[in-house]
Design a protein around this ligand. Structure first.
Ligand SMILES: Nc1ncnc2c1ncn2[C@@H]1O[C@H](COP(=O)(O)O)[C@@H](OP(=O)(O)O)[C@H]1O
Length: 254
């Protein structure tokens, strides 16, 4: 079957997600959490690698396990995948904040993407970008890492009157913004392109603001995959959040 890149991303994220749900159910009582996370990551990685080699043999694939397939060309097409984002949350019974990321990057932009949230029964993708519900009343809600929240977020929350919502997985946090469950996601201190490429592609397709914390563009498909910080938020909040970030950082560096 010849499917386009948007459909392929969604189909593969869904398939890897279903596999992870089965594996999690089958091994939950027997594995220790680290082993369960590693087994899930390895299984989803193998599934995505085989499927992309079959469906797109001319494209390289980048993940935290390295690059496979043909050699990468600067600015050329590359699939950037995170087979299991939120490994820690995947191995904690009952948690739903983990995800599968599949993105296609071309000329340093995400051109097709999907994020599966298998424990929530959802796949969000550029094939059919989800519509966000209107923002409710009340203070803005900012999703942050539950295990490694950046030190400046409390200050940004205070300046903007926002509430912090700790959550695992970059994909789950960006999806929560896409779905209107929170209004923003702030991350600083470290990440790689595979942690954000797919959910940022979906967020952009859904009309959200996406940038580095200094407001500059997020650039994907670079030789060095280190992409340590990002902001994803409702477009109408971007000005206030970037301003609060800039003040917090300049006061902090004095
Ligand atoms: N300081 C840091 N350095 C490198 N990776 C980081 C990081 N902080 C978060 N990440 C990665 O970003 C993803 C989301 O993290 P968090 O839940 O803390 O927001 C996780 O990916 P994995 O689960 O795929 O390892 C995590 O490893």
């Amino acid at each position: 079957m010849n499917v386009d890149d948007h459909e392929l991303a969604a189909r593969l994220a869904q398939r890897a997600g279903e596999h992870l749900v089965e594996l999690r159910a089958a091994r939950a009582s027997t594995s220790d959490p680290k082993e369960l996370g590693a087994a899930g990551d390895a299984a989803a990685h193998a599934l995505l690698g085989v499927a992309l080699a079959q469906e797109r043999p001319e494209d390289p694939v980048l993940s935290e396990h390295g690059t496979s397939g043909p050699e990468r060309r600067p600015g050329g097409r590359v699939w950037i995948v995170d087979p299991l984002d939120g490994t820690r949350e995947f191995s904690e019974a009952g948690r739903t904040d983990w995800a599968v990321h599949v993105a296609l990057v071309d000329e340093h932009e995400v051109s097709a993407a999907a994020v599966a949230l298998p424990a929530q029964g959802l796949v969000l993708g550029t094939v059919q970008p989800p519509e966000r519900p209107p923002r409710g009343s009340g203070p803005p809600r900012i999703a942050v890492s539950r295990s490694r929240p950046p030190e400046f977020v409390a200050e940004v929350a205070e300046r903007t009157g926002a509430e912090l919502v700790p959550m695992g997985s970059a994909g789950a946090k960006i999806s929560a913004v896409v779905l209107g469950e929170v209004d923003a996601y702030l991350h600083g201190g470290g990440q790689y392109e595979w942690d954000s490429a797919a959910p940022v592609g979906v967020a952009r397709a859904a009309g959200l603001h996406t940038s580095r914390l200094d407001g500059s563009e997020l650039v994907y498909g670079r030789a060095d995959p280190w992409l340590p910080d990002l902001l994803v938020c409702r477009a109408e909040l971007a000005g206030d959040l970037l301003d609060a970030l800039s003040r917090t950082r300049s006061e902090g560096s004095r």
